[in-house]
Design a protein around this ligand. Structure first.
Ligand code: IMP
Length: 429
């Protein structure tokens, strides 16, 4: 029996929510290990619709939820989310939610700096969610972050706030944005401390105990490999590593605990925010995919850019992300198309290339080389077995497997949790 780590393989929004929810029902503990409240997904359970950004999905299934040290925690956003799901009937207590005491906090200065910098970037803006994610991670590696454990030490907090404000106010003033006073930040922290501290603990120790007791752990990645700060379309990326290796360092467990790595891929491609996207479609097909797939950002509501499946990018995500198997989602959105294209290579300045380049100029000049196959007229929506799929849809999935050099171990055919075709149970691997 293995643990399972779920990561996105494209630019996020691959439909992780449904897959993670399905897997969470089979796990004991669900762990978030990177990102923050820039992530977002909607879980439908019976009559209830839960919108989660920071809370691990397992809470919805009555499992223990863990926020690891690799996550940046906005305490206000967290409390608002806890209040919202509590009003919907969930029970969130220090017994069911463990938050790493060494996780860094997102403070009001971070959101302010994120937004001021985006405004100053003009046409080179990244299209961030504006939630302070980047500045909070910068503070972590610059060793000036306020971590949850600091809240219990007023004397530490005092000098750390001085250092933090010196840095941020200099930048905010330079950008013509409003600066912050120490009192403002102290008031913010004083208000959230009594609610936040009781959830904090040494997550690594509890996870180690759980592992020894043979409990099943699901690591829930946010964003996706193409948004990884090292392996993605830098600088149009998020500020954390999103690959499966980070499940270990982002929660304090051994690399061998990561287990089966399930990479989520949509049967086509979408992206929110700015940055290169070789297979983006600006025509009616792109609009059709967006409409049928309801492609609007969960966090920001922005319409997502849509395009064909890019097998070259996913093959790279499979390799650098350590993906053992793929969960292919939203196959039904392709139903009824006359033809479907898959990107199998690129052309850069008249030369054929087989991998995606690293420099942003080259990334934006790359032209996809397509392989086109006939579509299928039948509906795949709601299929629950391989036998229910049209032959042409099976061909499409098989061709994807060949090109990305990884098996499709799970296929999702509608937003409904049970409309899933399971080829291999990742927990049994
Ligand atoms: P940030 O994470 O807010 O700094 O945003 C950086 C980039 O990552 C932007 O292009 C965002 O749109 C994108 N991004 C961040 N989180 C998500 C997500 O959960 N899904 C899709 N894109 C995301």
């Amino acid at each position: 029996m293995s643990n399972v780590t779920v990561i996105g393989t494209q630019w996020g929004d691959e439909g992780k929510g449904k897959i993670v929810d399905w897997l969470a029902s089979r796990a004991d503990i669900v762990v978030r290990f990177q990102g923050g409240h820039n992530a977002g997904h909607t879980l439908v359970v019976g009559e209830q619709v839960y919108k989660l950004s920071l809370l691990p999905s397992g809470l919805v299934r009555g499992k223990i939820g863990v926020i690891g040290n690799g996550v940046v925690v906005d305490p206000k956003a967290l409390m608002t989310e806890i209040d919202r799901v509590t009003a919907q009937g969930l029970v969130v207590t220090p017994e069911t939610l463990w938050i790493a005491e060494n996780a860094p906090l997102i403070l009001p200065v971070h959101g302010a700096l994120d937004r001021a910098r985006e405004a100053a970037r003009g046409e080179h803006k990244i299209g961030t969610t504006g939630r302070g994610i980047g500045p909070a991670y910068e503070d972590k590696v610059a060793r000036r972050a306020i971590r949850i454990c600091d809240l219990a030490e007023p004397e530490t907090l005092d000098w750390k706030l001085d250092e933090l404000l010196l840095h941020h106010n200099t930048l905010l003033a330079g950008l013509g944005a409003e600066t912050f006073t120490k009192e403002q930040l102290k008031d913010f922290l004083t208000e959230i401390t009594p609610r936040l501290l009781p959830f904090s603990c040494q997550v690594w120790d509890r996870l180690d105990e759980a592992r020894r007791a043979g409990r099943r752990i699901l690591f829930e990645g946010a964003q996706a490999v193409m948004l990884d700060v090292d392996h993605g379309t830098y600088p149009f990326v998020t500020s954390s590593n999103t690959v499966a290796a980070v499940a270990a360092s982002g929660s304090g467990v051994s690399p061998s605990s990561v287990g089966f790595v399930l990479g989520i891929a949509k049967a086509y491609t979408t992206r929110v925010g700015e940055g290169p996207f070789p297979t983006e479609l600006h025509d009616q097909t792109g609009r059709t995919l967006g409409e049928r797939g309801h492609e609007f950002g969960t966090v920001t509501g922005r319409p997502r850019r849509c395009g064909w499946f890019d097998a070259v990018l996913i093959r790279r995500a499979v390799r650098v992300g350590g993906v053992s198997g793929i969960a292919l989602t939203k196959l039904d959105v392709l139903d009824g198309l006359d033809e479907i294209s898959i990107c199998v290579g690129y052309e850069l300045d008249g030369q054929k290339i087989e991998t995606f380049p690293s420099a942003p100029g080259a990334q934006s000049r790359v032209k996809p080389v397509y392989e086109t196959m006939p579509g299928w007229k039948e509906t795949t929506a709601g299929a629950r077995s391989w036998a229910e799929l049209p032959a042409q849809a099976i061909k499409y999935v098989r061709r994807i497997e060949e090109l990305i050099e990884a098996p499709v171990t799970l296929l999702s055919t509608s937003p409904e949790r049970d409309d899933t075709i399971l080829m291999r149970d990742p927990f049994e691997d």
